[in-house]
Ligand binder design. Structure first.
Ligand code: NAP
Length: 248
């Protein structure tokens, strides 16, 4: 018996990185996990297979979260096939870093479109079913830079700060329907997203981390599994920092 038996979880951007580990964690606790991806179909299928091999239940769905109509179709299809959406983990995200004065409009827009609007789209359509159920758990992936800012990441920081505001507003709107909405603000986590940073940048980052190590996707997945659990039933509208103490 897993503590999430009978639950259906949608994890966006679960083909790689943090989303992949969250999907595996929720599945290991008994949830049926919908692995969303945009471009990496073979990687999403590999995550599904790993979960099935470990005795879990998983499905894969392609959807570009920045596309409003595609998200509507995605959540309709999930609801028709599984009958419920208990957990939504809005994890899909991209970076297009650059200094503000040189940043192209399209690089600002695309990061906002995927990270912030994508989160809005998924909440918008998942909440429909959650309201019918009078139950739901939504976890949005923010970032330490959405709280503290970061030179070279004006677009990304703005998207993540926006996610925090969106989280709090959604928490207030949806609380009466038994739906909690929280955010996680990871610090520096070792994934594809951070793999290409120079040693100089990584050394600078390390100086800002009191716990003196970079985070692992498991650190974030543990926080997500807590926020969707019954133990977190009285927590909503909060930002849980998983950053080794970077922001406090
Ligand atoms: P990652 O390894 O680059 O993986 C990103 C995931 O997002 C992939 O599965 C990708 O799927 C998916 N994705 C990207 N664009 C998408 C779209 N338009 N529609 C649907 N899925 C899309 O990133 P990560 O490091 O795991 O980061 C996961 C989340 O944590 C992001 O929101 C990120 O901003 C946040 N975060 C990360 C860190 C860190 O240090 N790594 C720190 C703070 C916050 P495809 O490959 O199929 O396109």
């Amino acid at each position: 018996m897993g503590k999430f038996d009978g639950k259906t979880a949608v994890v966006t951007g679960a083909s790689r990185g943090i989303g992949r580990v969250i999907a595996k964690k929720l599945a290991a606790c008994g949830a049926t996990v919908i692995i969303n991806y945009n471009g990496s179909e073979s990687k999403a299928a590999a995550v599904q297979q790993e979960i099935i091999d470990e005795g879990g239940r998983a499905d894969i769905f392609q959807c570009n979260v920045s596309d409003f109509a595609a998200c509507e179709a995605f959540f309709k299809a999930v609801t028709e096939k599984y009958g419920r959406i208990d957990f939504l983990i809005n994890n899909a995200g991209i970076t297009k870093d650059g200094l503000l004065m040189a940043m192209k409009e399209e690089d600002f827009d695309s990061v906002i479109d995927v990270n912030l609007k994508g989160t809005f789209h998924c909440i918008r359509f998942a909440a429909r079913q959650m309201m019918r159920q009078r139950y739901g758990r939504i976890v949005n992936m923010a970032s330490v830079v959405g709280v503290a800012g970061n030179a070279g990441q004006a677009n990304y920081s703005a998207s993540k700060a926006g996610i925090i505001g969106l989280t709090k507003s959604a928490a207030k709107e949806l609380a009466s329907r038994g739906i909690t909405v929280n955010a996680i603000a990871p610090g520096m986590i070792e994934t594809d997203m951070t793999a290409d940073l120079s040693d100089k940048v990584k050394d600078e980052m390390m100086k800002q981390i009191p716990l003196k190590r970079f985070g692992q996707a498991e650190d974030v997945a543990n926080a997500a599994a807590f926020l969707v659990s019954d133990e977190a039933a009285y927590i909503t509208g909060q930002v849980l920092h998983v950053d080794g103490g970077m922001a406090m």
